[in-house]
Every structure is written in C-alpha cells, then in structure tokens.
Design a protein around this ligand. Structure first.
Ligand SMILES: [Zn+2]
Ligand SMILES: [Zn+2]
Length: 390
C-alpha cells in the first residue's frame, strides 16, 4: 500500500489556512529508518496548507514511518486559532511476500518450517509486524541430491531459482530455496616429522574435516578429486625431496555415502632409515547451513549437513537467519553488530538467531537488540536484499 496517506481537513468557511500536526501515539519504534512526516510542500512533522480551491478543504499528504506497529493521530489548527483532534488513529503494518522452493527429494516439509518463520517475523509481542505471506512458486525445481559447492552457488542456485520462481509479487518478495547440502571446498595441510621404517611404511593421516568427494566405488577412490600434493623432504643427508603421488594414497574406510576422514599412505618407496618431514595438501568439505545472496532476493537453506538430516529446529533457525538478511539485518550501528561472513549480531554469548554460525545454544528468534532494529526497517525503497534476481 505504500507509506502515504491523505488527510483532508474540512472547514465551514472557504479559503482557510491550516496546519496539520502528526502526533505519535504510545510505544512507537525508537528509530524507524523513515520517520512519519507531512509531505505537502516541504517535509516535516508539521505543515501549513491553504484551501487553494476555496472549497472549504485543505489537503495534506502524509508519509507514515517505515516501522511496524507505529500509531499516529493528527491535530489540525486553523489560522483563526481553532484546534481539533482528528478522530482517526493510523497504525502501520508491513507485508512481505515469500516463496518456498524445494527440491523433490528434500524430505522436510516446508510447512513445518514456515509456521515459525511467519510467527517470528510477525511477533506481535515484540512488535516486529512483518506479515510474511507465502505464495506458490511458478514451477517445480529439478536437481538431484548432493552437495552444492560454494564456487557453484551463484550459477547453480540462481539457475534453480530461475526455473521455479514466480515474479507475481516483485519487488516485495524473496525466495527461500531448500536444497540438500551446501559446502565449501577448502585446502587442508598436514606436516609432520617422519622416520622411514620398513615396519611403518604405511601410516594414516587424519583430516580436520571430511575429505572432499572420495566417491563411493574403488574406481572413484583412485580419482584425484581430493588430493593436491604430497612430499617427503630429508632433513639430514642430501636433503633430497621425494614426491608422494596419488597412487601411494587411499581413503581410509570410506562409508557408503562417500565420506572419509582419513587416508592411508604407503611410504615403502622411500629410502630406509631416512629422517625428514612428510607433508600433504588435500581438499576437505566445510559445510554451510545457509546462504543469503546480498545482491538479490534469494536465500538458500541446507536440509542436510555432514550427509545427515538436520533437525527441523536447526533448519528453522537458519531460515529465520537468512530471511533476516533479506530485510536488512543486521544494520551497522546496532550495538551488537559485527562483520564476519556478512553483517551479524553477537548478543549474550552468541544466542541471537543473527549470530553468524549455527550452534546448539543459538535461538531461532531475534534478540532484544535485533528486535528494535527489525521493527524500524524500511522494506520498500532500495533494499538490495529484496532486489529481484535475474
Ligand atoms: Zn548470516
Ligand atoms: Zn541480535
């Protein structure tokens, strides 16, 4: 509906000059991004107008605040000293559309998730007053299960959204895309002293994170998807360097899903008794629960992590978090604001839903500081988080 309302003040005699005053009522948001003001002529909370048509009416155009749950009444003063309170009280509300797009193999029911999302954005007790209204996507989305790697997020997720997204409510809509798993491919290093001993020619290297894509068959295990390099450098003698190539390594005990946390190395080709350092570089899987695209109206939420289903409560927390980014959370200047992988909130030991990483103690609701910001956000205008993707 927009922020603007029109107020006509009627008088018994034509040609009057009158002033409209906005009177904020009660518990309005302390810091709305856009304040209520009379727009007729120069903006301000008070403005004088003239009955130019001499029909006994003075017209005012008023912009309400950007906040939800703000109440305003109005007072009209004529130049002859008459003053009258208008009987109407206007209360602001905000509405935002969203659509849940999910892959057919995702087992969690979107309805289990959206009830909490809508409840927390509306949260009348905290006066969030953002009414989220779900609309159906235009089409089904087609993509097999598996990890979507960070380098592919822009291309894959935007393509998936393009297949399914309904533009019916642009630009006041965002899309939440539920996928299987999200992860970043990271490089991990191993470096250790070693003494080459025939009896210990084989040894195991344990990774901090699961190895990247070891595959599910022996043929796939031999592929070079997770291995980058390996070497042994002698510390005494000639200081020779020996390459340890991929054929000397195999993933240790990979499970049926293609997950392994360690690999076994065969060092039998190295000279007996040599002392030195053995080192490896390899790729591992660093899982992410969700992502918000800062330049458009898409968020993506993982329904599984580490090849296991995430609990519904965890997914709810991620959904509220990413949707929070869409409406502009967390604004710089908020006392609990910090920047790490985006703009986040650190409140009372990382309890707030807008803390940057999910953990067991993180709430699936906004903290009291975020609540004050959320209440005042401007959902119209140039919000980059709501810009329809293309
Ligand atoms: Zn975030
Ligand atoms: Zn917070």
């Amino acid at each position: 509906m927009g922020r603007e309302v029109y107020i006509d003040a009627g008088f018994d005699s034509p040609g009057v000059e009158a002033t409209l005053v906005i009177v904020p009522e009660g518990d309005n948001a302390p810091s709305p991004m856009l304040r209520a003001e009379v727009l007729t002529g120069e903006p301000g909370v008070e403005r004088t107008g003239i009955d130019a048509k001499r029909d006994g009416k003075v017209h005012f155009k008023v912009a309400l605040s950007s906040a939800g749950g703000d109440r305003f009444s109005f007072k009209i003063k004529s130049n002859s000293g008459e003053e009258k309170d208008l009987p109407e009280v206007v209360e602001t509300r905000r509405i935002l559309f969203y659509q849940m797009i999910h892959l057919d193999h995702v087992t969690v029911s979107p309805r289990q998730l959206t009830a909490h999302l809508e409840d927390e954005f509306q949260n009348e007790g905290e006066k969030h007053f953002i009414k989220l209204v779900g609309i159906p996507p235009a089409r089904e989305m087609v993509q097999g299960p598996g990890i979507i790697e960070k380098a592919e997020w822009n291309s894959t997720i935007v393509r998936l959204a393009g297949e399914a997204y309904s533009r019916a409510k642009d630009p006041f809509c965002f899309a939440a895309i539920l996928v299987d798993q999200l992860a970043e491919k990271l490089t991990e290093d191993y470096d250790s002293k070693a003494e080459i001993d025939e009896m210990a020619a084989e040894f195991d290297v344990y990774a901090m994170n699961p190895l990247w894509d070891v595959g599910t068959t022996p043929a796939e295990h031999a592929l070079n998807r997770w291995f980058l390099e390996g070497k042994f450098v002698e510390e005494d003698g000639d200081g020779r360097t020996f390459v340890i190539d991929r054929s000397r390594l195999k993933p240790r005990d990979p499970d049926p899903e293609g997950r392994a946390f360690a690999f076994t190395v065969d060092l039998s080709h190295l000279p007996q008794g040599a002392k030195g350092r053995v080192s490896f570089k390899y790729l591992v899987t660093d899982f992410t629960n969700g992502v918000s695209f800062p330049w458009c109206n898409l968020i993506c939420v993982a329904t599984r992590t580490h090849w296991k289903d995430r609990a519904s409560d965890e997914i709810r927390s991620t959904l509220v978090h990413e949707a929070g980014h869409k409406v502009g959370m967390v604004p710089a200047g908020q006392t609990t604001y910090y920047v790490k992988n985006g703009r986040h909130c650190n409140h009372h030991g990382n309890k707030c839903v807008m803390f940057d990483a999910y953990h067991k103690g993180r709430s699936n609701r906004f903290c009291e500081v975020c609540t004050r910001s959320l209440r005042g956000l401007d959902l119209g205008g140039e919000n980059p988080g709501l810009k329809p993707f293309s």
